[in-house]
Design a protein around this ligand. Structure first.
Ligand SMILES: Cc1ncc(COP(=O)(O)O)c(C=O)c1O
Length: 378
């Protein structure tokens, strides 16, 4: 039934993939948004009037109500006042970070982590105090040494759960440990949860804000980009507790791009719609994950873990001694495949490569074949 309705709109390839070039740099899903979401946006535009003028009153309010109803299936019940809709979670991240942090502050976070986090922190003059997610710990945080990364300047902790690019799904115990440090040192917690639906095997997503005492200090960052394959629609939101709300509203009003009015209709339809779409996407990523991580791990000199969440493969090519940038550049030149060099994702990440599994298995098989050929030339 779902596949049938999906055919109501062309499921075109998002990337411009010619026969020869395979682009696997960004985490841009290979399918379109659910058809009922596309319909909702089209109908809103066709209806015009309130849907095509400045968003006021009931339209953002209905969207926020849908967010509150949706989010309470993972975390606590919020008031609609706590929800700030944004044009993608990149804007949500900016609002969240800028409303808590000031130049000279420090944030406790982990490496490897999403490059966009470092970029915003750099921009607002905030230093990242970076704890490692080590391969030998399965890319999980080491709670015993975490306090070493807290200084008198530390004002917040930034968690990406599930983590891009390692796929780490933080356990309840880990979140409790991080929460204890946040409470002891009175830190805000940024919880980037945009991959929360994409969790595999017996791993379980736990919303930081559900843990005892953490709701008041946790700012959630959410997006429609990955969950509903809506990267280009630019829709996300942040859920901000009372403590940081005034400043967040001010920054939002002055700086951050807000969603287009008719996009609220799409967002509400997505959150209130059939979640089997999301489950189908999860299963597709799971199949790709099982294939790709195993196939990469079987190639000479590469090693790859079966990641727990999100949809990125993060493999270790250090044995070739090229460094990430050189590896990616030479592979692209030789085999027409674009991948992301690991050094962009933090410290001690050189020699690693990130691959978003946003193409079906046959394309990934092609990538593995080309990689094998390339490795044979090194
Ligand atoms: C962890 C994480 N947060 C935020 C974003 C930003 O996504 P968007 O602005 O499309 O919502 C991304 C994009 O890849 C991401 O991986």
């Amino acid at each position: 039934m779902l596949n049938k309705t999906l055919n109501a709109y062309p499921q075109q390839e998002v990337f411009d993939i010619s026969k020869d070039y395979i682009k696997l740099t960004g985490g841009d899903p290979d399918v379109e948004a659910p058809p009922w979401v596309i319909d909702a946006a089209l109908n809103a535009i066709k209806e015009g009037g309130k849907w095509t003028h400045y968003a006021r009153g009931e339209i953002p309010e209905q969207f926020k109500e849908a967010v509150v109803d949706y989010y309470k299936t993972f975390g606590p019940v919020y008031e609609t006042e706590n929800v700030i809709p944004t044009a993608g979670s990149s804007a949500a991240l900016y609002i969240a970070l800028a409303s808590v942090l000031e130049e000279g502050d420090e944030v406790l976070m982990w490496s490897p982590s999403y490059a966009g986090h470092y970029r915003i922190l750099n921009d607002i003059g905030v230093k990242a105090s970076i704890a490692p997610l080590k391969r030998e710990n399965g890319y999980h945080p080491d709670l015993d040494t975490l306090e070493d990364y807290v200084s008198p300047d530390t004002k917040a902790v930034l968690i990406c759960n599930p983590n891009n690019p390692t796929g780490t799904v933080f356990t309840r115990k880990e979140l409790e440990g991080i929460g204890k440090i946040a409470t002891d040192y009175d830190l805000a917690i940024f919880s980037d949860e945009i991959y929360l639906h994409f969790v595999y095997d017996d791993n379980e997503f736990v919303a930081t804000s559900t843990l005892k005492g953490l709701k008041e200090r946790t700012i959630n960052i959410m997006s429609f980009s990955k969950t509903f394959s809506m990267t280009g629609w630019r829709l996300g939101y942040t859920i901000v507790p009372e403590r940081y709300l005034d400043k967040a509203n001010k920054i939002n009003a002055l700086t951050a791009p807000r969603p287009a009015t008719f996009i609220y209709a799409a967002g509400t339809a997505a959150l209130r719609g059939n979640m089997s779409y999301v489950e189908e996407r999860r299963q597709a990523y799971d199949e790709r994950r099982r294939y790709f991580c195993k196939a990469i791990g079987e190639l000479d000199g590469l090693s790859c873990h079966l990641f727990e969440g999100a949809f990125y493969s993060w493999f270790d090519a250090r044995s070739y001694g090229l460094g990430s940038e050189e590896f990616v550049k030479r592979f692209e030149e030789a085999e027409n495949v674009g991948l992301s060099p690991g050094h962009r994702f933090g410290v001690n990440t050189d020699g690693f490569i990130r691959v978003p599994l946003v193409q079906p298995v046959p394309v990934l098989e092609d990538v593995v074949g080309r990689l094998e050929k390339f490795l044979g030339t090194l």
